[in-house]
Design a protein around this ligand. Structure first.
Ligand SMILES: [Zn+2]
Length: 350
């Protein structure tokens, strides 16, 4: 690739409008803001960062990461803290030219700190609404059930989600320790959530195998899969994901950092995309992994070998795979397509 094309591609990646579907509020708060909140609430900021040097964290195992995450959540102790954190995260996304985001929150960890989503969500809705008016970035929220906290906490989370739909909660997610807790444990909660009009998504096949992905699709009936690495090698599953166009939210740097894959070379994103799966690219916990959505697009180009045409496909899939109503998807797709064409004519890319 010649030098001019290379710099044009880097420029195009920066400029492209983006949608972020797999990003956790708590794991996206900048180090400066986490420091500030930790100091305010008397939490050891060393522990909140998870590592002494936050420049590029590397976790031995997903469970180590979850522990660092738990400590991070302890820095958020009031609705005001959430407002500060949410503004910080929205500003970071806006700086990357993100136009639409579905942001996950882990209610159980906050419940354990004495906070209810009934208190937090109206504050987040107001914060996101004001930010959107000013900056044009639209955000919705997903409340994530933490598998390891058990079924009773799961019920509390889905009930909070159902009550907070007017505050921008659009879906229930499933996260946490995938190795020891199967999707099947939460069938009743997810079925109930669906009846309340919530969308359903699950982390599946992040460190678990294809059975975990099958369980999320067949037992929980999720409409989208987070990570999906475990589908590798299961042709029937890959074919099901392709035919039904069940979006798979992939987060390459997160997977390298938690040890879910050995290296970028081992990541199946390019293979899944080329098979015709509806793949999206995301940053997961950018502050904890030293990445950003823009950087993830660069990883797709430079480490995973995607061409510009494939980066464009990922970009539009970010809208296609979202939980937006069809009319909003059409509006965003039109806007994105137009802007991508402008970027192409400016940079000379095809
Ligand atoms: Zn995640």
């Amino acid at each position: 690739m010649n030098v001019a094309r290379k710099s044009n591609l880097a420029q195009a990646i920066e400029q492209m409008p983006k949608a972020e579907l797999h990003v956790h509020l708590e794991g996206s708060i900048s180090h400066e803001t986490i420091e500030e909140l930790a100091r305010k609430n008397g939490i050891d900021s060393y522990a909140a960062r998870g590592r002494a040097n936050p420049a590029r964290l590397r976790y031995g195992h997903l469970v180590d990461f979850l522990e660092a995450y738990r400590v991070r959540c302890k820095c958020l102790r009031s609705a005001d803290d959430f407002q500060v954190a949410c503004t910080d995260v929205l500003e970071s996304l806006h700086a990357l030219n993100v136009r639409y985001a579905e942001i996950m929150i882990a209610p159980t960890l906050h419940r354990m700190n004495g906070l209810s989503m009934d208190e937090i969500m109206p504050v987040l809705a107001r914060t996101a609404g004001e930010f959107s008016k000013k900056n044009g970035l639209e955000a919705r929220f997903i409340l994530d059930v933490g598998r390891q906290f058990g079924r009773e906490h799961a019920w509390q989370t889905v009930r909070e989600a159902a009550r907070q739909q007017d505050s921008g909660v659009i879906a229930i997610g499933l996260g946490g320790d995938e190795v020891h807790y199967s999707p099947e444990l939460f069938v009743e909660q997810f079925a109930w959530a669906r009846k309340q009009g919530l969308h359903l998504v699950a982390h599946a096949g992040e460190v678990g195998d294809s059975a975990s992905v099958w369980g999320a699709v067949n037992s929980l009936g999720v409409e989208r899969i987070g990570h999906g690495l475990g589908a590798r090698g299961d042709e029937a599953l890959l074919e099901t994901l392709r035919i039904r166009q069940i979006p798979v939210d992939m987060c390459p740097t997160s997977n390298v950092e938690t040890g879910a894959v050995r290296s970028y070379a081992d990541h199946p994103l390019a293979d899944f995309l080329r098979r015709g799966l509806l793949v999206t690219v995301n940053s997961d916990d950018p502050a904890m992994f030293g990445t950003s959505l823009t950087q993830e697009y660069s990883v797709c180009w430079q480490e995973l070998g995607l061409a510009w045409s494939e980066l464009k496909l990922l970009c539009l899939n970010g809208i296609r795979g979202s939980f937006l109503p069809d009319k909003d998807k059409e509006r965003f797709l039109e806007e994105f397509t137009e802007e991508l064409a402008e970027i192409e004519s400016e940079t000379g890319l095809r």
